[in-house]
Design a protein around this ligand. Structure first.
Ligand code: C2E
Ligand code: MG
Ligand code: MG
Ligand code: MG
Length: 284
């Protein structure tokens, strides 16, 4: 009977699966070509100090401008890139480009305006044997110090296995800060967090959304607890996806020193980000 059921569900899902596989293979092929043709761009979303209101940093976010399909969201192509391994060359490009951009900004505006850039790194990249060397090479080529690059990983990367953990430990020892992205949505245990060299917690947008609605006590409680956790562990707390003044105020009052979101700015091209830096008074 189980076999019958298995067969039946296979039959039911097959056309859909085949379609997905075709789309997947097509997208993977086009992505490979797109990378080669230079269709990827980086945008930078400003990260603000919620207490002083000043520009604090930037998160590099990749964009793919396909000649016919138009804009393809990273939510669509990053998972494909991860499954096919294309994330490795793609991620290498992102890392190099973001660091080169920050070095250019430092040359023009000094490193006191914006010290660091955040780069998202997929677990697939962390499993590559040469990843630590790649980071070291990019830092030395661009003349950046390790603390100028903040690597964002999701909680699930940290629980992936000892190899990935060793890689993250090596990066941390090198002096590269680690941020746990989408924090609160994963399954990492609090003891792991204590044992692990994390520097920044980024509260996931879903908890920030709960704040505007006001009624969601559960998500509000998580947001507050994460801020407390960051304070006790002496980690930087960043809230992402802030869309209105009320969220900003409440998160700041909870203890989020830093934040990013459409309320302050969407991700913008490098030149627009530079204009924000130019307008921001240099820190004393
Ligand atoms: P993420 O790292 O959590 O990045 C934050 C996402 O939230 C970005 O979406 C950003 O545009 C969006 N966001 C920021 N503020 C707001 C807001 O106020 N409202 C709303 N609705 N959204 C906001 P984006 O750029 O589409 O990227 C989606 C995800 O794709 C990223 O989530 C990250 O996981 C992945 N990604 C993007 N670029 C890269 C990359 O270079 N490498 C890797 N491995 N993943 C990347
Ligand atoms: Mg991120
Ligand atoms: Mg995030
Ligand atoms: Mg996210």
């Amino acid at each position: 009977a189980a076999k019958e059921a298995g067969k039946a569900s296979w039959a039911r899902f097959e056309p859909r699966m085949r379609q997905d596989m075709v789309n997947h293979a097509m997208l993977a092929g086009e992505l490979r070509a797109g990378i080669a043709r230079g269709e990827l761009r980086l945008l930078y979303q400003p990260i603000y100090d919620l207490v002083t209101g000043r520009l604090h940093g930037a998160e590099a976010l990749v964009r793919w401008q396909h000649p016919e399909r138009g804009f393809v969201s990273p939510a669509d192509f990053i998972p494909v890139a991860e499954r096919t391994g294309l994330i490795v060359p793609l991620g290498a490009w992102v890392l190099r480009e973001a660091c080169a951009q920050l070095a250019r900004w430092h040359a023009t505006y000094g490193d006191r305006t914006v010290e660091s850039v955040n780069v998202n790194v997929a677990v697939r990249q962390l499993r590559e044997v040469g990843f630590v060397d790649e980071v070291a090479a990019v830092l030395s080529e661009t003349g950046l110090r390790p603390r100028n690059l903040i690597i964002e990983v999701t909680e699930s990367s940290v629980v992936d296995g000892w190899q990935v953990r060793e890689t993250l430990r090596a990066l941390h020892e090198m002096g590269v800060p680690l941020a746990l992205d989408d924090f609160g949505t994963g399954q990492s245990s609090l003891s792991l967090l204590r044992a692990f060299p994390v520097d920044v917690l980024k509260l996931d947008k879903s908890f920030v959304d709960g704040i505007a609605e006001g009624a969601d006590r559960g998500r509000l409680a998580v947001a507050a607890a994460v801020a407390q956790l960051a304070e006790h562990l002496q980690l930087k707390a960043v809230a992402e996806g802030i869309e209105n003044q009320e969220q900003l105020n409440r998160l700041r009052d909870m203890g989020y020193r830093y934040g990013q979101g459409f309320f302050m700015s969407r991700p913008v091209p490098a030149d627009d980000y530079a204009a924000l830096m130019a307008a921001d008074p240099v820190r004393a």
